[in-house]
Write a protein that binds this ligand. Structure first.
Ligand code: SF4
Ligand code: SF4
Length: 409
């Protein structure tokens, strides 16, 4: 890792009559790099950006508890899956008292399939008891006290202080922040652990950026600077980042495949055309009906229904993507075989209660990514194995009966 391009900023501290010179290491060009990160994350559409919607119907105390539980469930879990689990918990009643009244079995069903769900049921229950006994059903207000709760580590505690209490007392460093900080040369020395990265970043990054840096880097790590094969070719920091400077396009994939190239070309064209229509016909807002949304270039029924629900908070229909289409078919949730997602949407809407239309999309998309995958669904671990027609016919593969990591908690 190239750590030569650094800048030392002398800072002077009053020490009585003396002035002591304190040298603070800072990565060169970090402001430009930060600005580029903001540009690349201007559209908050990474998985980690889910669930920042309406919280007004909950009290402040409940909202803080929601933040804590969401963080406790988040480890080893995709954001989409976590978001769906927290949504189910909220519908069930996500308060300390209600969770304590909920059986472990029910709680497990509500949070499944988050990673290590059995252990998390135990930790959440234990934490609730502590919150009830010692914090009047609120959550602790210090990193130290948060870390005393089972299943809460420093990363979660710092994020919790910021999201629940609005007090950013430290940078939440997860694997994304840890990895990207190293790749960008944002730590003076190599840091072996996220906790070391947190200390290193906090030594030079101004405190008013601590909260933002987590939000920026987590989404950036999910979309561009991924653990394997970072897309340095698309990164605005390619020429400022030590890793990007050494990056060479893979010989196999020198240029985007024709399909991808064509798609991004079309998307850029569609966005331009849509922006023009929005400006001319909708006063720079977006249409408020599926019909009008579908008139926009590049917007189909699935997008329109999801948009009505996420943008207008008015669910108009089920957003059926390939996951929902596939799983509905496997579960036997359509009376006849549906050849297209649109046919599946119509079939599901004939019988599924309207108040479940938004949730079914989140649930099945996350479930399809984690469990009921396109190839090799993990029926052996699925709670619906004995109810689902596909699960009933499932036989364990002779090579890989059960993954040991997921088996025990
Ligand atoms: S240039 Fe590559 S390694 Fe550096 S921040 Fe961008 S994507 Fe990550
Ligand atoms: S049993 Fe298998 S096919 Fe059926 S829903 Fe579960 S993972 Fe999907």
């Amino acid at each position: 890792m190239n750590r030569k391009r650094t800048k030392i900023t002398p800072q002077y501290e009053d020490m009585g009559d003396e002035k002591k010179c304190k040298e603070i290491w800072k990565p060169e060009n970090w402001e430009n790099v930060f600005e580029n990160l903001r540009k690349m994350r201007v559209i908050r559409n990474a998985p980690c950006d889910l669930g920042k919607s309406d919280t007004s119907k909950f009290s402040e105390k409940e909202r803080r508890f929601h933040c804590l539980v969401a963080l406790m469930l988040s480890s080893q879990t995709k954001d989409e899956v976590n978001h769906a689990a927290v949504t189910r918990l909220k519908e069930h009643g996500l308060t300390v008292e209600n969770i304590l009244k909920t059986s472990d079995e029910k709680l497990g069903q509500l949070i499944y399939p988050v990673g290590f769900w059995k252990t998390k049921v135990k930790f959440v229950k234990e934490a609730c008891q502590v919150l009830k006994d010692e914090y009047d059903c609120d959550i602790p207000r210090t990193v130290k006290d948060l870390c005393n709760l089972k299943g809460v580590g420093p990363k979660m505690a710092y994020l919790c202080m910021s999201s629940a209490w609005g007090e950013c007392v430290g940078i939440g460093v997860d694997t994304h922040v840890h990895r990207i900080a190293a790749r960008m040369g944002w730590t003076e020395k190599e840091c072996k652990t996220p906790e070391a990265t947190r200390n290193a970043l906090e030594s030079w990054l101004p405190q008013d950026r601590w909260r933002e840096v987590n939000i920026l880097l987590v989404g950036f790590g999910q979309q561009i600077c991924s653990p394997i094969g970072p897309k340095c070719g698309e990164c605005l920091n390619k020429d400022l980042c030590p890793t990007g400077q050494k990056w060479t396009p893979s010989p196999k994939k020198k240029t985007p495949t024709p399909k991808k190239k064509t798609l991004s070309k079309y998307k850029a064209k569609y966005i331009k055309e849509v922006v023009k229509v929005l400006k001319e016909q909708y006063d720079c807002d977006i249409p408020r009906s599926v019909k009008d949304l579908c008139k926009l270039k590049g917007v189909g029924p699935k997008m329109a229904h999801i948009c009505m629900s996420s943008a207008w908070n008015e669910p108009s229909g089920i957003g059926v993507d390939t996951h929902v289409h596939r799983i509905a078919g496997r579960l036997g949730w359509t009376q006849k075989e549906c050849k297209t997602p649109e046919a599946t949407r119509i079939a599901l809407e004939t019988w599924l209660p309207r108040d479940l239309w938004v949730e079914i999309n989140w649930m099945l998309v996350g479930f399809g990514q984690e469990m009921c995958r396109p190839v090799g669904p993990r029926c052996g671990e699925c709670l619906n194995k004995d109810i689902c027609p596909t699960g009933k016919n499932w036989v364990p593969s002779p090579k890989k009966k059960v993954s040991p990591k997921k088996k025990v908690n």
